[in-house]
Design a protein around this ligand. Structure first.
Ligand code: SF4
Length: 493
């Protein structure tokens, strides 16, 4: 079996394991059963539930020895989110119980990482854009424990490193949201406020955790050449935990394109980390030798023109993994170890989405009335891997079916006059994040919808009267330079 990340799932692939969803109380519900052949509806379900990927059957009979415990992965995000919000709103709750809870999470992470070398330097690929800070801390925790493990740290030290890394950015919870979410460049004064986050966290956590844990948090923005903050420490003045966490912090920010507003490809990330002169040489060497540049289950493009999926990491050269070719009918083809095929290189990530498209146009029953209006021409773009589906209203938290909504005075109301604007704004932001994540510059969206309409929308009287106007998602996408056309324009073209 192969782990395939959600954006790379294709109709026709067969699930090798059950997929569950988990709520905050760890209640477990079966979403899709092992053996199920995926179709667009099922893939969309996986997208809607923010599941990072699925295990898919291929010809080999790999067992599940190298899989994360799925419960652990599912529980990490809500647990960390809870602890961070307690820290923000109710410091008294950051007591020994909370630290014991973090400690328990770290114990489980260490067991997973120590027992599972294949996954040691893998990060989790969350698809929940509102939770960036928590996702980031989890991934930095995983990477830091992985480095610590490779460096041979004893259990107690590894455990403290894990806690420090999971909490390294908790001080960001104390930075005003208007600064954190500011889309424009920060002023000098605002940048200085952001730079206070390590010491703010240290001051608040002092009564609860060890000095080493505090030092990791305090030093995670220090740089070996003395240009970091808050103290401008040089070389070995920086605590070991700070040296480790700083590499993982920058790597994960680069990998999620959150660093310096640029979209980074794996080779650029690798080169930047290697050449920036910010990190301890010995720790960096361990990291670069082991980091999974091309995560397992992701599509890559090869220099021979074929698309393949990564199936194994070669620790002798992380830029040359073992891959399996994806045939044009989406079946799995030849396995190539790129260490033994030096004439073939990876040239890019495998997906090449040109458009985002409204899900309801592609066979997904996500409309307010639970129906879809499939456009074969638009669905074909998805089948060919050229488009990714979004339903902003479902992404924003609206159920299916739901009451019809229309826009009036720039607000979105149901037919019973409930104001649902916040759901529509949230869905629009998520659609924009997806477009940005994949560098998509074009959208084909369903005309007349209060989210997706691009030329006409209903006038807010629920009398089926159309007026000129655009839906909230269309508006936000256009404000961000994404060209939006309607399904009608595309179908008639
Ligand atoms: S028009 Fe847009 S928001 Fe409405 S159901 Fe279709 S994809 Fe979802």
């Amino acid at each position: 079996m192969l782990f395939i990340s959600t954006e790379n799932l294709k109709p026709g692939m067969i699930l090798a394991m059950d997929i569950y969803i988990y709520n905050r109380e760890t209640f477990k519900t079966l979403l899709l059963r092992k053996g199920q052949t995926l179709n667009i509806t099922y893939i969309n379900k996986i997208i809607f539930h923010n599941i990072s990927g699925a295990y898919i059957k291929n010809q080999d009979n790999l067992d599940s020895a190298n899989l994360w415990k799925e419960e652990l992965e599912a529980n990490l995000l809500p647990e960390i989110r809870d602890i961070f919000f307690k820290f923000k709103y109710n410091l008294e709750k950051i007591d020994t119980t909370c630290i014991r809870h973090i400690s328990y999470l770290v114990d489980n992470l260490i067991i997973e990482i120590v027992n599972n070398k294949h996954l040691a330097y893998r990060t989790l690929e969350y698809n929940n854009y509102d939770d960036y800070i928590f996702q980031h801390c989890i991934n930095v925790g995983i990477l830091s424990i992985s480095i610590g493990n490779t460096l041979g740290l004893n259990y107690k030290t590894l455990h403290e490193l894990g806690i420090s890394a999971l909490l390294h950015d908790i001080g960001m919870m104390l930075i005003p949201l208007e600064i954190l979410n500011k889309p424009e460049k920060l002023t000098h004064k605002e940048s200085l406020i952001i730079r206070e986050h390590p010491l703010k966290a240290v001051n608040k956590l002092k009564p609860f955790v060890s000095n080493d844990i505090l030092m990791g948090i305090a030093c995670h923005h220090e740089k070996i050449n003395g240009t970091g903050y808050p103290y401008g420490l040089v070389g070995n003045e920086i605590h070991l935990f700070g040296k480790i966490i700083s590499i993982c912090d920058v790597y994960n920010a680069l990998a999620t394109n959150r660093y310096r507003g640029k979209s980074w490809n794996p080779i650029e990330i690798f080169q930047y980390i290697n050449e920036c002169n910010y990190f301890d040489y010995d720790i960096l060497s361990v990291f670069l030798k082991n980091i999974i540049v091309y995560p397992l289950g992701n599509y890559v493009k090869l220099s021979n023109g074929k698309t393949a999926i990564t199936t194994n990491i070669n620790s002798d050269n992380v830029l040359r993994p073992t891959v399996q070719i994806i045939n044009s009918d989406n079946t799995f083809g030849e396995v190539l170890d790129l260490m033994n095929n030096q004439n073939i290189t990876i040239t890019d990530k495998g997906h090449d989405f040109e458009y985002i498209v409204s899900s309801c146009l592609c066979g997904v029953k996500c409309r307010y009335d639970g129906k879809e209006i499939t456009s074969e021409k638009i669905k074909k773009l998805v089948d060919e891997g050229k488009a990714i589906m979004v339903c902003p209203e479902v992404l924003g938290g609206m159920p299916v079916p739901r009451l019809p909504c229309e826009i009036k005075n720039n607000r979105v109301y149901t037919i019973t006059s409930d104001d649902k604007t916040s759901y529509y704004i949230s869905g629009a932001k998520k659609a924009l994040e997806i477009a940005k994540k994949y560098g998509i510059k074009k959208a084909i969206l369903k005309e007349k919808s209060p989210s997706c309409g691009s030329n006409h929308i209903y006038d807010g009287t629920f009398s089926r009267t159309l007026i000129s106007g655009e839906g909230l998602t269309t508006k936000l996408l256009r404000q961000n330079g994404i060209e939006v056309i309607s399904d009608e324009e595309y179908n008639n073209d």
